[in-house]
Design a protein around this ligand. Structure first.
Ligand code: ATP
Length: 451
């Protein structure tokens, strides 16, 4: 039926066809016009008159969405002219390629074509903005098909409000991101690609991943989380970048760990990774993108990455100090002031420190009793202090802020957080056991029963 329709109207119509992934594009980059037309057509009320439409549930349970099926025709009207679209699919050499065909009467073409395409662009942008659901994309191994990204809904609850971090620094990052969002014309005027890159460095459990989630939520950007172990080589990495969309945050976590454990067969190089941020390639596709790298410590990574002009902003994530502790106490326990705070402050002043993840874990486990939670935090900090020993050198960073991650270096053995918890938290858990027995005699309810 579609073939017949194409034959009969081709005499008096102009036909425009474009593919989802153009044939000449070796990198399989998706044609953005295709996705714009796709959103636009699916929003038309005339979709209901199409011969065949697919039904899907929407984000809300009572929402039903209509989607144009393959090889279906849909009509549209613009400035008094009637146009037709076919949602096509070709079978070329055994592989299917999706495309749209637009037909416009010759008499209307000159009058409406460019305005119509502009209209599609505007409407699809509005739809995109209305569609607030963020996505987390993860790259899959090669050989599974042409599309290298798989996505899930991104509903991470982390925001700048619930991240424990120096207030000034948080405000600086927020205003940096705000100026980036508003900076299209500024970047254009400078002749620079509209993108910004960040290096987050700090010990495990200090909040780097949570901060990335907060950035994505703040920017309202999708996240592309690149697993470098699934990337074959530098050109494969380029191809992944080409397949990302605008308004996205591209994340490479634990870069130092990857570079340290890289096998001889892995051919992703530092320069390949850095081309992500400053090569001619990024000038083709990186508009309106934020790139984030996380590492444990700056000292462990290739100086090429730290070279001025490579990564725009470096943010240090230290272990907790008293101020960060108070934010955690407020968030996790709902406590802004407490008689034990002065004791906690004293221990921090003596140099003990834990990651926010460790303190958070103790607080969550004892959230029903803030006093108990604070006692466990005090115990954990004291154990940490004992482990470090006396006479430690405290480094000062940014005037008054202690940079404990640099200070302790390799002093802490084993992972600081994660499934099993840090050595300090484990020791405190042993303590929990004893306290749990005591408390059960007193018939108190305890939340801690994970050991
Ligand atoms: N600064 C912080 N503010 C609030 N919560 C935090 C902070 N740091 C860590 N957390 C909590 O600790 C947990 C682990 O933190 P996160 O994964 O963000 O740390 P990370 O630095 O990325 O660690 P890793 O390097 O091991 O991935 C999270 O659940 C988070 O809620």
């Amino acid at each position: 039926m579609v073939k017949k329709w194409r034959r009969t109207i081709s005499d008096f119509c102009h036909v425009y066809q474009f593919y989802k992934v153009p044939e000449f594009n070796e990198n399989l980059q998706e044609n953005h016009l295709y996705s714009k037309v796709y959103s636009y057509l699916n929003s038309l009320s005339s979709i209901e008159n199409s011969d065949f439409t697919n039904l899907f549930t929407g984000k809300k349970s009572n929402e039903i969405i209509l989607r144009l099926d393959r090889n279906q025709i849909i009509s549209d009207e613009f400035l008094g002219a009637r146009v037709c679209w076919i949602n096509g699919e070709d079978d070329k050499d055994g592989s299917r390629s999706r495309n749209f065909v637009l037909k416009i009467r010759k008499a209307d073409k000159r009058r409406i074509l460019s305005l119509y395409l502009q209209h599609i662009h505007t409407v699809s942008e509005e739809i995109e903005q209305r569609n607030t659901e963020l996505k987390l994309f993860m790259n899959i191994g090669i050989g599974i098909g042409s599309a290298r990204w798989r996505s899930v809904s991104f509903n991470h609850p982390s925001t700048f409000e619930n991240i424990a971090m120096e207030v000034d620094l948080k405000e600086k990052v927020k205003s940096d991101l705000e100026s980036f969002l508003k900076g299209k014309q500024y970047y254009n005027r400078l002749g620079r690609v509209w993108k910004r890159s960040y290096l987050l460095y700090g010990t495990s459990g200090t909040g780097k991943s949570s901060f990335v989630a907060a950035m994505a939520n703040f920017l309202d950007y999708d996240v592309y989380d690149i697993d470098l172990s699934k990337v074959v080589d530098d050109s494969d990495l380029k191809m992944l970048l080409l397949q990302t969309r605008r308004k996205s945050l591209i994340l490479i976590e634990d870069l130092d760990r990857f570079l340290a454990t890289k096998t001889a067969t892995a051919t992703v190089t530092v320069s390949g990774i850095m081309n992500f941020t400053d090569s001619i390639l990024s000038s083709c596709v990186a508009d309106e993108r934020v790139m984030v790298f996380t590492v444990t410590g700056k000292e462990l990574i290739d100086p090429a990455i730290l070279r001025p002009g490579r990564v725009d902003v470096h943010i240090h994530f230290p272990l907790c100090d008293f101020t960060a502790f108070k934010t955690l106490a407020s968030n996790y326990l709902g406590v802004k002031e407490h008689k034990l705070f002065s004791q906690v402050e004293g221990i921090f002043q003596n140099g003990a420190s834990l990651s926010a993840a460790e303190i958070g874990e103790l607080m969550i486990a004892n959230r029903n009793s803030p006093t108990r939670a604070l006692k466990y935090v005090i115990n954990a900090l004291q154990i940490d202090g004992d482990r470090r020993g006396n006479g430690r050198r405290l480094l000062l960073e940014n005037g008054s802020r202690r940079s404990m991650s640099e200070e302790v270096g390799g002093d802490m053995s084993g992972p600081l957080c994660g499934g099993g918890g840090s050595p300090v938290v484990k020791e405190v858990r042993k303590l929990y056991g004893l306290l749990r027995i005591k408390s059960s005699r007193k018939s108190e309810s305890y939340d801690v029963a994970r050991d």
